[in-house]
Structure formats: C-alpha cells, structure tokens
Design a protein around this ligand. Structure first.
Ligand code: FEO
Length: 386
C-alpha cells in the first residue's frame, strides 16, 4: 500500500477497503469505502490523525514505516472503530506516543478500547499542538457523528481533518474530481450518516466556515481541493432545504398496494412533481437515504400481513424515523384481505417523526375505481401549497 503526500510533510497513510459492502450492518457500500488516516510531520514531533478499521492495522503500520517517522501523537477525532479500532495496536507499537482526544473521547477510548487514562491527553476548542513548523488546532464538533467527535485543523497548510463530516463512502480516488459521481456519493453518505444530526451538522459547518481552508481531508472518501463545493452542499443539506419531490417506498404481496401506489405516483407525475419510487425490499437503502435528504414528502406503501404492517414496510418506516429527513408530510397506502393492522402500526411508527400525516388510504381487497380517485386526491393533499 502506497502513501500519498498531500502537501510537504502531510501524508495520507490510510487504507482503501474496496471489498466492503455493508457498514454498521445497515448501510450498503456499492463503492467500498476508505479509512483515511493522515500523518503530519513537524520538525520535532509527528501526529497521526485518526487510524483505520480493525483488521487493517498492518497496512497502516506499513504506511507509517514507508514515511519513516514514528508518530509522537495519535489524534482520535472520533472513537468509532473504523477510525479508532487500530489505536490499541498503535499505542503498543509506539509506547511513547500520546493519544489526543476530546474529554468525551477519553471516556470512550477507555470504554471501547481499554486505553489507560495515563496515555491520553484531552483537548478542546482552541487548544493547539505544536509539532515544529506545523500547528494542529482542535475544535469540539459533537454529534458529527458521535458525541465525542472533534475536528483537527492544520494551520500552516490550511487543512481541515473533520473525520466523518464532509466524507463519502467510496474507495475511489484521492481527490473528489477523480470520482465521477462524487456529489451523489456525498449526498448518499450525508443521508445515511449525517442527516439524523442536522442541527449538530449546522454547528460543525459554522466551525469549518470560520477557518481559512485550502483542503478538507475527511476520513472516508476523497479529499476536497475545492472546500466551498462541499460546504455549499452541506449548507443546504444541514438546513433541510427540500425540493418539490416525493420519495415513495412500498412493498406489495399480490399487487393491491402496488396499484394504489402507482395511481398516486401517476397523479404526482401529472402534477409535475418529481417522484422517486423504491420497491422494497430489493431497494438499496443508501439510495433511499440519498433521496430523503431533499424530498418534501414521503409515501409509505405496505399491506397487512399476519395482523400488522408488512415487515419490509415497517423496516422502511423505522428507517425514516431514525434518519429524521426534513420532509414535511407523509402518506400511507395499504390494503388487506380479511383483517387490517398495517395502518395502525405504520401510524404508530410515524408518530415518532415530525411528519404530518397527510392521509391514509386503506383498501379491503382489490382497489376499485373510487380508490384510484382517492389515491389521486391524496396526491393533491400531499403536495398542497407546493
Ligand atoms: Fe466513520 Fe462514525 O465512523
């Protein structure tokens, strides 16, 4: 594995995981991902910023050996194992190295990796570390993505290392212009990882915007040579700016729910509304998350099965609740053969969101003409005022 020098004395020493296809047991990774770690060499000290996923320790150590300067400090911007899982091995390999992290990070390093407190120095907003001609400046950035997260900024080279924030799950490329569909990958990543933390994201964005930036080097995906490009996208996404667009996720057993869904979709298209349709459970949930980033409404379709909402639709509803998209309204389409239950369960799940339920269309048996009319009326209610 080769290292890459981003600037004199600043090296990418991470790992590309081309074969990984699932993250957190939840998020599909069609392009794999990278665990970006960076080595910053000063004249008297050397800091490693973040590490790699467990299982890649040898690759990271090999990269560090290739640069030839052992780290005196390891900066843990984030305690999640894909960035911090190699820290125990690193601290063993470099017994004099200090671990630098936030106060909460210290607690988590102990809880997750049994790192002894005496190996850890805590830093917070405004603290700096002088490496000799290179100065690291730290900022707390809680909840992008966990409560302990922080940013590291290299003053002289004007490089921000924001760990998960502003990243993308892709193993492709060193810089964003090498990734043809970078914006789509970044949006998908935002939907999956950052959308539930939009308020925290706005605060973190403000922290980034107060810095003079030449490069942004996140810990997943390519490095940004045009910081404003990603920052301007994040302004919209963290603010929750939506488009006149409806995301539809549905599952059907014998076609009744599907016919209702398609009638509503047709009515939306006739109105000139943009629609994204995801047949469950074949859907790539990352694509669903991506569309939720700026959809103004969500439609859930699922029949009753075994007295409740079809499990695939329930999963989608739970996902919507967990991801907290900025959409304003929802609609529910459902059908049943001999006894309902799906509508009640779906409404219970969606009660945990800020979505206004614009309407529920529930059909006993196969949809008839009046139901298609009702689906069209529901489309109009869903989009009123757009
Ligand atoms: Fe890439 Fe929250 O870890």
């Amino acid at each position: 594995m080769a290292t890459i020098q981003l600037e004199p004395g600043v090296h990418w020493v991470g790992v590309k995981d081309w074969g990984r296809r699932l993250f957190d047991g939840l998020i599909p990774l069609p392009q794999g991902t990278s665990y970006n770690a960076y080595l910053v060499r000063g004249t008297h000290s050397c800091a490693l910023i973040d590490t790699v996923n467990p299982g890649f320790e040898e690759a990271l150590l090999s990269n560090l050996r290739a640069v030839g300067v052992p780290p005196t400090h390891i900066v843990m911007n984030h305690a999640e194992p894909d960035h911090a899982g190699a820290i125990p091995r690193l601290l063993g390999e470099f017994p004099d190295a200090r671990l630098l992290t936030s106060v909460k990070g210290k607690e988590m390093a102990h809880a997750l990796y049994s790192i002894p407190d005496e190996r850890v120095d805590t830093v917070g907003t405004g603290d700096t570390l002088e490496l000799g001609g290179k100065t690291l400046q730290f900022s707390d950035a809680p909840f992008v993505h966990w409560p302990e997260t922080m940013f590291t900024y290299l003053r002289e080279e004007k490089i921000l290392f924001p760990c998960d924030f502003l990243g993308a799950h892709s193993a492709v490329g060193v810089y964003t212009d090498e990734l043809e569909d970078w914006e789509a990958a970044a949006k998908r990543y935002f939907g999956e990882i950052m959308m539930p933390f939009r308020k925290a994201g706005q605060r973190a964005l403000q922290t980034a915007e107060e810095l003079d930036l030449r490069l942004i080097a996140p810990s997943h995906g390519p490095v940004h040579q045009d910081p404003e490009r990603v920052l301007s996208l994040y302004r919209r996404w963290t603010e929750g700016v939506t488009e006149p667009k409806v995301t539809v996720a549905y599952v059907s057993m014998w076609g009744a729910t599907e016919r209702l869904v398609l009638a509503l979709v047709h009515a939306l298209l006739e109105q000139g509304v943009s629609v994204r349709v995801f047949p469950l459970p074949q859907t790539d949930l990352g694509e669903l998350a991506k569309e939720l980033v700026d959809s103004r409404a969500v439609v859930l379709g699922g029949p009753t099965v075994l007295g409740g909402l079809h499990p695939a639709a329930a999963y989608a509803a739970l996902l919507v609740r967990a991801l907290k998209p900025p959409a304003e309204r929802a609609a529910l389409l459902t059908s049943y053969g001999w006894g309902g239950g799906a509508a009640r369960q779906a409404e219970e799940i969606l009660q945990g969101t800020k979505l206004e339920l614009a309407g529920v269309l529930e059909v006993h048996g196969a949809p008839r003409a009046e139901h298609y009319t009702q689906a069209a009326e529901l489309a109009a209610t869903l989009t009123r005022g757009w």
